[in-house]
Design a protein around this ligand. Structure first.
Ligand code: ADP
Length: 273
């Protein structure tokens, strides 16, 4: 079943000014239930502009976004859209502001008008989904946590809204290798246990090879490829042309093959290696 339909979406920043920039050019995309999409492209290819349309933060210059059968218009309250599509920004920990982890994660659900007990259940569930023990972390200040833990709190805050689709913009940006592994591990668990559809924005083919079951490649405001990881990696020459790190990917695949991994599955997971 399709959860999001992007139809002929074009977005022009600063239209009619000297800064005019067409960031998206007739983009069409269907996000299906249980997709785990790696949205890849070099800087400036339009990834952030696209995902911000998916939860109503930016309005199309032309075209349409349909979420769960409803076209996003000015009349649809943003809170309704955000319960369907949750967006975790880059460096989300900068948006943590409450004194305790529990209060920070509770902020969104409280605004939905849920009672205290329902809010607590949501906080607990979402903390567990990102691998943070409720009793250990609930009273801690978000600011005393490690980089990876802070980011997990921020992700839990979005999950607590119980979105059908979770979008993460460069979720491992700026983390050390341990924090990076931690976040990717938690995203895999969340996908497995959360009955959720996930879109991860990344500029790294290698990272997405290890996690996504569908890869969407953007270049210059357009979607230029949309397929299973193994099919995308067959198109090396085109990937090189649009400036993606194929040497890295090639060596990654060679390494996987050496270790006897079956790269003909939909999802090339690190565990298979
Ligand atoms: P990505 O996320 O792939 O790096 P973006 O969606 O951020 O790409 O940007 C796509 C294009 O739109 C780039 O050329 C960028 O400079 C431009 N752009 C992004 N945001 C704005 C903005 N607020 N005003 C003007 N141009 C913008």
């Amino acid at each position: 079943m399709s959860l999001i339909e992007v139809k002929n979406l074009t977005h022009i920043y600063g239209e009619g000014t000297v800064f005019e920039k067409k960031a998206l050019d007739s983009v069409n995309l269907t996000v299906n239930e249980r997709d785990l999409i790696g949205l890849i492209g070099h800087t400036g290819s339009g990834k952030s502009t696209l995902i911000q349309h998916l939860n109503g933060l930016i309005k199309p210059t032309s075209g349409e976004i349909v979420v769960a059968g409803k076209t996003i218009t000015d009349k649809v309250p943003l809170v309704d859209i955000r319960q369907k599509v949750g967006l975790v920004f880059q460096y989300p920990e900068y948006q943590l502001f409450e004194e305790t982890v529990e209060r920070d994660i509770a902020f969104g659900p409280q605004n939905l008008g849920l009672n205290a007990e329902e809010v607590k259940i949501r906080v607990k569930e979402s903390m567990e989904l990102v691998g943070l023990n409720y009793d250990t972390f609930k009273e801690k200040s978000p600011f005393e946590l490690s980089g990876g833990q802070k980011r997990r709190v921020a992700i839990a805050g979005v999950i607590a809204m119980k979105p059908d689709v979770l979008i993460l913009d460069e979720p491992t940006a700026g983390l050390d290798p341990r924090g990076r592994d931690e976040i990717f591990g938690e995203i895999k668990n969340l996908y497995k246990n959360g009955n959720i559809t996930i879109i991860i924005v990344s500029h790294s083919m290698e990272d997405m090879a290890s996690i996504a079951n569908r890869i969407v490649v953007m270049s210059d405001g357009k979607i230029v490829m949309d397929d299973k990881a193994r099919e995308i990696f067959k198109r090396e020459d085109e990937l090189v042309k649009i400036g993606l790190g194929v040497p890295q990917i090639t060596s990654f695949l060679i390494e996987l093959k050496k270790r006897g991994a079956d790269i003909n599955t939909n999802c090339i997971t690190v565990e298979e290696a």
